[in-house]
Design a protein around this ligand. Structure first.
Ligand code: AMP
Length: 280
C-alpha cells in the first residue's frame, strides 16, 4: 500500500493503473477509521482491481470551528487498518494541498440544502460538493463507495454525479453498527463513558418510530411521541427527528405503500453531534 499526500503523484500513479485497464474503487473518508469505513473498503476490494481511500478532514464542510478542531485525527492507525483491508493507495493531502486557494465556486443543492443537515449545518453541502468533485477529478474512480449512515450526503452526491456527468457508479453501503445498535462513527470516540452507555437510545428511537408507523400512527403522531420520549431523556438535545421519503427526502404524512421511508435523526449527546437513520 502506498500513502501519498500530493495530488500530482496520486494522479500519476492512477493514470498508469487506468492505462493498464484497471478498475478503481474509491472510498472517500475523513479518517479516524472504524469498521464502517473498512466495510466500504472491503466491498470496493471485491468489486475493483485497485482500491483508493482518501483521508482528508475537509475544513470547508465544517460550519462549526470547534467541531473541526476536535475532529479525531489518527492517520497512523488508519493506515494500518487500510493495509489490513487490502487498500492499495491512501490519498492523505493537507488542506493546503487540496486548496491552494479558497474556492470561489459555490454549490447549491436546492431543496436538499434547506432540510435536515442542510438546515442545521449551513454551507455543509457546498463543502461536501466541492471536495467530492475535486476528489473524483483526482482519483477518477470506476466506482465510489458511500455509507447510508450519511443518507442526505448520498442524495447530494447522487445529484452531483448526475448534474456534472461524472463517469462513475455510486455504490451505497449499509450502516455498520456496534453490538448495542449505536451506528459506528468517528465521533463516538469523543463520548464519555456514561454518554456512550446511553448512546444506543438514538438507534432505539428510530426503531420505536418505525414500530409506531407500522402500528398505523401517522407521521405527526409518531414524531410527537418520540420527541416526548426525548424530553424525558435530558442527556440528549434533539436537533431533528424526521420521517421522509427515502430517496428524495421529501416530507410525507403517512408511510407510503410500496415506497421506501426513512427516519432520520441528529442529536447532541455529551457535546457530540451524532446522526443516524433507518430506511424501510
Ligand atoms: P466520514 O469519514 O465520516 O466522512 O465517512 C466516510 C464514509 O464512510 C461516508 O460515506 C460515510 O457514510 C461512511 N460511513 C461512516 N460511518 C459508517 C457506518 N457506521 N457504516 C457504514 N458507512 C459509514
Amino acid at each position: 500500500m502506498v500513502i501519498i499526500e500530493n495530488i500530482s503523484e496520486t494522479t500519476e500513479f492512477l493514470k498508469n493503473q487506468i492505462k493498464n485497464g484497471k478498475s478503481i474503487g474509491f472510498v472517500p473518508t475523513m479518517g479516524a477509521l472504524h469498521q464502517g469505513h473498512i466495510a466500504l473498503v472491503e466491498k470496493a476490494k471485491l468489486e475493483n482491481d485497485i482500491v483508493v481511500c482518501s483521508i482528508f478532514v475537509n475544513p470547508t464542510q465544517f460550519n462549526n470551528p470547534e467541531d473541526l478542531k476536535k475532529y479525531p485525527r489518527t492517520l497512523e492507525e488508519d493506515c494500518k487498518m487500510l493495509q489490513a483491508a487490502g487498500c492499495d493507495l491512501v490519498f492523505a493531502p493537507s488542506a493546503e494541498e487540496m486548496y491552494e486557494e479558497t474556492p470561489v465556486l459555490r454549490m447549491d443543492f436546492g431543496y436538499l440544502e434547506q432540510i435536515l443537515e442542510g438546515k442545521f449545518r449551513p454551507g455543509h453541502f457546498n463543502g461536501v460538493g466541492i471536495v467530492v468533485s475535486k476528489l473524483f477529478n483526482i482519483v477518477k474512480p470506476t466506482k465510489a463507495y458511500f455509507g447510508q449512515k450519511d443518507l442526505q450526503q448520498v442524495a447530494v452526491v447522487k445529484r452531483l454525479v448526475k448534474d456534472l456527468s461524472f463517469d462513475l457508479e455510486l455504490i451505497v453501503c449499509d450502516t455498520i453498527r456496534e453490538n448495542d445498535g449505536l451506528a459506528m462513527s468517528s465521533r463516538n470516540r469523543r463520548l464519555g463513558s456514561s454518554a456512550r452507555e446511553v448512546a444506543p437510545k438514538i438507534f432505539e428511537s428510530l426503531l420505536i418510530g418505525q414500530k409506531y408507523l407500522f402500528e398505523g400512527l401517522n407521521v405527526e403522531e409518531t414524531k410527537q411521541k418520540v420527541v416526548e420520549w426525548y424530553e424525558n431523556s435530558p442527556e440528549f438535545t434533539l436537533e431533528y427527528y424526521e420521517i421522509v421519503e427515502a430517496d428524495t427526502l421529501n416530507p410525507i404524512e403517512k408511510k407510503p405503500e410500496g415506497q421506501k421511508t426513512a427516519i432520520v435523526i441528529a442529536a447532541f449527546l455529551d457535546g457530540v453531534r451524532l446522526i443516524d437513520n433507518i430506511v424501510f
